[in-house]
Design a protein around this ligand. Structure first.
Ligand code: F6R
Length: 616
C-alpha cells in the first residue's frame, strides 16, 4: 500500500527521496511527504494531500533545507482520510523526530490513551502519529534512538514498516518490518531503504532483503540488521535483475499501455530456459522434490483479484495435464473456511507483488499446518516467495500500472509450466503431448504481438462506447475467467459497471440484465475445437441478440459462424483452447485502457486503489 523511502549519503537527499517516491507512487497516491535531518541539526519536513505532483510543486517553490539523511512516504489512507494532517511523516519530540509507516497498528487506541493521559496532544487521526509520539516519549527517557525504537516496536501489534530519524542523531535511519515490506539498497558511501527496490534502483542494484520482525539501522557506510531483541539477524543480499529504465514509461502514454505492449516479451522471458527439446525444466522446483510432487493428491491455489483469475485459467490446464484436482480460493477467504488440508496438499500462491497481505497470510496458514507451498511471483525476494518452499518467478519485469496486465499473462504461463512439470514428473502426459504443448507455448509471444495489432479497432470501439454505463462479459471454460478479468479491468480504470458471467449461467438469471443496446463482450471458443462449446456460445449470442444486446465477439480469425450474429468481431490468432485465453484477454485490456483514456481518467492510478495491498 504506502510507499516508503529512506536515504543516508552525500547525494541531494531531497532529489533521492522524491525520485524514489515517484517510482513508488503506484503503491498509494492520496498524499505524500518528506523529512530531512538538516545540516543545521533540525528536521525540515513537508507533506501534502493529493498526488506526489502536489508535493513536488510545493517543494519546487520552497525546497527543504539541505541534509544528508531523509525519509519519504506516499500514502494509501487506512486510518484517517487523505489530508495534510494525516499525511506522513509525523513529527514528535517537539519536531526533532520524524516517522513514516506502512501498515496498520492495531493497538493504537491503547497507546493513544497512554499519551492523552500523559498530557500529549495529537493532531491527526492516524495510528502513525501515535507511534511517532510514543517513540518521542521513550526517546526522551532513554536518549538513544536505536534503544527507544526497539522498545516501541516491541509494543506494537498489527502490521508495520516503520522508518524514523531524529535530529539529535543525524546520519542514522532506524527501520523495522513486521508483515510489511522493506528492503535495503547498498551504495558506495550511501545507503537506502525502500518498500521495494524501485525506491533506489536508479542508484544501486545491490539490495538486501530483510526478514520479518527485524530492525535495520543504516548510516552512509553501515547497515546493521537485528531482530526485535537486538540479536544479529540473517539477511539475504541479492542483485536486482532489472534496471531503472525498465520501470520507466519509455515514451508510452501510460504505464498500462507500455505493459500491455510488453506482454510478448514478458511471456518470452517467463518461458526462457524453462522449455526446450520438447520438455519442461524448472530448476527452481528442485527444492520441492519430484517425490513430494508425485505424492500430492490435491492443489489449492490462493490469490486475489487478477492473480486469482490467472489461477482460475490455469486450473483447467493443470487438471487436464496432471489429473490432480485444483481448487482456486481467494486468499482472504481461505483462512476462514477451515480448509481441508493434508500433507498431500500443495498450496500455490500467485502474486505479482509477492507482498499481498491476504495471500501472505494464506501461505503462512498453510505452512503452519504442514502443507508444502509454492509461490508464483513477479518480484524478486518479496515476502511471499521467501515464506514459501519453492518459487517460480514470472519474469514479466516491473509492473507499475495499478491494473495488472503483463503479470496476468505471465502468471498463467508460469502456472502452465508448473502443470507441465507436474505432468512430466507424474507421467500423466506422453512425451509427444508434452512436446506439442511446449511448442504451442513457445509460439505465444509471436501470436501476442499479432493480437496487439487490434489496437486501432478497439480504439474506435471504446470511443464510441465512452458513455456506456454498463458492460457485460461472457465466456465458457477458460473464457469464463477471462470474462471476469475483462470486467475487472474495466471497473478498475473506467469506473464503469461491468460484470463477467459464465455463458452457461446466463439463463439462470443474468439474462434479465439484457435490454436493447446493452454491450456484451463474448469470448468465443475456437470452432476447430471438437467439443460443442463453440456452438453453445454462438447460441448464447443469439439468445442475447434476440433481446437487443449489442455483441462484441472476441473470436478466432476465420470463424465465419459467429459473423452473422455479432455487431463487432475482434479477431484473435488461431490457438489451442488452453492457449486462447493468453490472446483473448488482450483486446479486453486494450478496451479498458482506451475507454479510460476516452473518459479522460488517470489510467495508471485509478481512484481508491493501490498496486500492492499490504493490509488485510
Ligand atoms: C487488478 C489487480 C489486482 C491484483 C491483486 C493481487 O488489476 O492488479 O486485482 O491482481 O491485488 O495483487 P498481487 O498479484 O500483487 O498479489
Amino acid at each position: 500500500m504506502c510507499g516508503i523511502v529512506g536515504y543516508v549519503g552525500s547525494n541531494n537527499t531531497l532529489d533521492v527521496l522524491m525520485g524514489g517516491l515517484k517510482r513508488l507512487e503506484y503503491r498509494g497516491y492520496d498524499s505524500a511527504g518528506v523529512a530531512v535531518v538538516t545540516d543545521g541539526g533540525a528536521i525540515d519536513s513537508r507533506k501534502r494531500a493529493g498526488k506526489l505532483a502536489v508535493l513536488a510543486e510545493n517543494l519546487e517553490a520552497e525546497p527543504l533545507a539541505a541534509g544528508n539523511t531523509g525519509i519519504g512516504h506516499t500514502r494509501w489512507a487506512t486510518h484517517g482520510g487523505p489530508t495534510d494532517a494525516n499525511a506522513h511523516p509525523h513529527l514528535a519530540d517537539e519536531g526533532r523526530l520524524a516517522l513514516i509507516h506502512n501498515g496498520i497498528v492495531e493497538n493504537f487506541v491503547e497507546l493513544r490513551n497512554e499519551l492523552l493521559t500523559a498530557g500529549y496532544t495529537l493532531e491527526s487521526e492516524t495510528d502513525t502519529e501515535v507511534v511517532a509520539a510514543t517513540l518521542g516519549r521513550v526517546y526522551r527517557e532513554v536518549g538513544d534512538l536505536r534503544e527507544a525504537f526497539r522498545r516501541v516496536v516491541g509494543r506494537l501489534e498489527g502490521t508495520f514498516t516503520l522508518l524514523a530519524v531524529h535530529s539529535e542523531e543525524p546520519g542514522v535511519i532506524v527501520a523495522a518490518r513486521h508483515n510489511s515490506p522493506l528492503v535495503i539498497g547498498l551504495g558506495n558511501g550511501e545507503n537506502f531503504l525502500g518498500s521495494d527496490v524501485a525506491a533506489f534502483v536508479e542508484y544501486t542494484r545491490r539490495a538486501v532483503a530483510i526478514n520479518e520482525n527485524n530492525i535495520a539501522v543504516i548510516t552512509s557506510d553501515s547497515v546493521v540488521v537485528t531482530d526485535f531483541n537486538g540479536e544479529p539477524a540473517n539477511v539475504q543480499p541479492f542483485e536486482v535483475e532489472w534496471d531503472a529504465a525498465s520501470a520507466d514509461k519509455g515514451g508510452w502514454s501510460s504505464f498500462m499501455a507500455k505493459e500491455i505492449a510488453d506482454q510478448p516479451e514478458a511471456i518470452a522471458n517467463t518461458l526462457r530456459g524453462r522449455i526446450g527439446d520438447g520438455t519442461v525444466s524448472i530448476p527452481e522446483l528442485e527444492g520441492l522434490g519430484d517425490e513430494a510432487l508425485r505424492a500430492i493428491d490435491r492443489i489449492v491455489i490462493v490469490a486475489c483479484g487478477t492473480a486469482a483469475y490467472a489461477a482460475s485459467v490455469a486450473k483447467y490446464a493443470i487438471e487436464q495435464w496432471s489429473r490432480i484436482p485444483v481448487a482456486v480460493e481467494l486468499s482472504h477467504e481461505f483462512r476462514y473456511m477451515n480448509p481441508v488440508l493434508s500433507e498431500r496438499t500443495l498450496l500455490i500462491s500467485v502474486s505479482q507483488s509477492g507482498e499481498t497481505m491476504d495471500t501472505l497470510m494464506a501461505v503462512k496458514y498453510a505452512r503452519e499446518r504442514g502443507v508444502k507451498t509454492l509461490s508464483v511471483c513477479n518480484t524478486q525476494s518479496a515476502t511471499i516467495p521467501r515464506e514459501s518452499d519453492g518459487v517460480i518467478y514470472t519474469h514479466a519485469g516491473p509492473e507499475v500500472a495499478v491494473a495488472s496486465t503483463k503479470a496476468f499473462v505471465a502468471q498463467i504461463v508460469a502456472l502452465y509450466l508448473f502443470g507441465l512439470h507436474l505432468a512430466r514428473v507424474r507421467s500423466s502426459l506422453s512425451t509427444a503431448e508434452l512436446a506439442n504443448i511446449t511448442t504451442q507455448l513457445s509460439e505465444v509471444p509471436e501470436k501476442l504481438s499479432e493480437v496487439l495489432e487490434v489496437g486501432g479497432s478497439i480504439h474506435n470501439l471504446a470511443h464510441w462506447m465512452a458513455d456506456t454505463r454498463s458492460v457485460l462479459f461472457l465466456g465458457r471454460h477458460v473464457g469464463y475467467p477471462i470474462a471476469l478479468e475483462g470486467a475487472l479491468k474495466l471497473k478498475e480504470i473506467s469506473y464503469i459497471h461491468a460484470e463477467g458471467f459464465a455463458a452457461g449461467e446466463l439463463k439462470h438469471g443474468p439474462i434479465a440484465l439484457i435490454e436493447p443496446g446493452q454491450p456484451v463482450f463474448v469470448l468465443v471458443p475456437s470452432p476447430r475445437d471438437d467439443s460443442t462449446m463453440h456452438s453453445k456460445v454462438v447460441s448464447n449470442i443469439q439468445e442475447i441478440r434476440a433481446r437487443g444486446a449489442r455483441v462484441i465477439a472476441i473470436a478466432e480469425k476465420g470463424d465465419a459462424a459467429v459473423l452473422p450474429f455479432a455487431d463487432e468481431v475482434i479477431p484473435v490468432p488461431l490457438a489451442e483452447p488452453l492457449i486462447q485465453p493468453l490472446l483473448s484477454v488482450v483486446p479486453l485490456q486494450l478496451f479498458a485502457l482506451e475507454l479510460s483514456t476516452a473518459k479522460g481518467l488517470d489510467v495508471d492510478q485509478p481512484r481508491n486503489l493501490a498496486k500492492s495491498v499490504t493490509v488485510e
